[in-house]
Every structure is written in structure tokens, then in C-alpha cells.
Design a protein around this ligand. Sequence first.
Ligand code: ADP
Length: 255
Amino acid sequence: GEAKLHLVNAPSEVKELADTFNMMLYRISESWEQQRQFVSNVSHELRTPLTIVHGYLQSTLRRSNNLTEAQQEALSIAASETDSTIRLLQDLLDLARADSGYIHFHVENMVLNDLVAEVVVMAQQFSSRAIAISTTSYPIKVKADRNRLKQVLINLIDNALKYSEIDESISIKLDKTSDNVTIQVCDKGCGIPLQQQTRIFERFYRVDEARARSTGGAGLGLSIVKTLVEGMDGSVTVLSKLGEGSVFTVTLPTP
Ligand code: ADP
């Protein structure tokens, strides 16, 4: 009580306090910016040589027909590890850019049904598992950035594939209300415990490290999904039951 009274009666001290406070805020935002810049620079500097290494590994694998089986396997593992590290670096770069507001969204109106069909064809190139699409009989229009929305859906489909078994079905459902469109990516896989469902959108958060380790990934996918969807004025939510499966719902504005 006394200090407060003292401050009220002493405007110069209040001002001094405000100055100190503002200086602290400035220092915090400055060091935050330095950290962001650091992550961004490191990711960028590592990504370039790794991409070159990955290229050499792949061309060696393709062109050499006198490799032993063991050599082939060693090169394949090296190629796949560099590939996942390149992805991780790209994710870090994307997030650092998003933090500084450097992700530009080229928002346009498009037919969602066509885009989803395209994404499923793409997904089918890295997995032979069937992905069912259920949609309305009429075309659904959506306002979004085509490439960013593809990135979002690929991430969600990739998770659906990773966290379910080969014989468990995966489906994508499209729907429309008066103001919004919804895209649901559904799997019948391992599901996510209720207490963790809000945390999975945080950076580097993974449910049950032991379960997750074998599937690769750094726990950045969903935080990127959230950043991108929100950047397009949408939202993403999850409904899941342990042992039964998960439904990720992306909501985006109609044109
Ligand atoms: P990553 O898949 O690289 O670990 P994500 O950010 O994509 O990172 O996902 C965070 C965590 O959320 C995962 O580690 C996993 O435990 C959980 N998760 C995400 N999608 C699913 C899903 N479809 N089914 C079950 N768990 C999931």
C-alpha cells in the first residue's frame, strides 16, 4: 500500500519505472528476435550442404549397379536420414519465418474438391495405402493459399498414416456450412490421450516419446499446420480417443 501511494504522488518515479519496464520489454523482444534469427540462419546454412549430400547419395544409389547389398542398404539409410533432417530444417525455417511475419499467403478462391483430389494423388506416391474421400456432390469453394493448404493436408495425412496400422482405414471428409468449409482427416489408429490433445499443437511436443520415436518426426508438423491454418483465417481442432483413432478438423472461410 505504501509503495503504491508513494508512486502515485511521485510521477517522476512512475515514469522511471515505466521506462525500466519498457527497456525490459525491448530487451526481451530483441533477444527473441535474435533467437529467431539464429534458428533461421542455422537452418538455412545446414539445409544447403545437406541437400547436396542427399543428392549425391541418391545419384550414387541410382547409377551404381555394382554395389553390394550391404552398401546399398547403408546408402539408403544415409539418404533417408539426410532427407528427414532436411525436412526438419525446412520446418524450423518455416516456423522462424512465421514468427517474424514473413510467411506470405497468396489467398485465392478455389474448388476444394479438386485440391484434395490432387493432394491424395500426391500422398499416394509415398504410401500405397487407400485414402477414401467423401465429399458433397457439388463443388465446394474455399478461400485459401493453394500451396499452404496442400502442406497442411499432407502433414495431416502423413500423421494419419504414421499413427495407424496398415490395415486401418484413412478418410478425408469435406463439408460446408454457410460461412465455413471443413476438411476432416480421419484415422482409426492409436489415438491421443485426452490430456495431451491440446498440447500436440505445441512445438516439439510429442505424445509418448517411446511410441513416437520409431516413426521419426520432431514434433513440429502440427505446430506448422496450426500456424498455416491460422494464417489463412482458419482453425484446426482434434477429436480423438485412445485406441480408437483421431479426427483432425480444419475450418476455413468460404469466399
Ligand atoms: P511428429 O509427428 O513429428 O511427432 P506432430 O506435430 O505432427 O509431430 O505431432 C505431434 C504428436 O501428436 C505426435 O508425436 C503424435 O504423438 C501425435 N499425433 C499427431 N497426429 C496423430 C494421429 N493422427 N494419431 C495419433 N497421434 C497423433
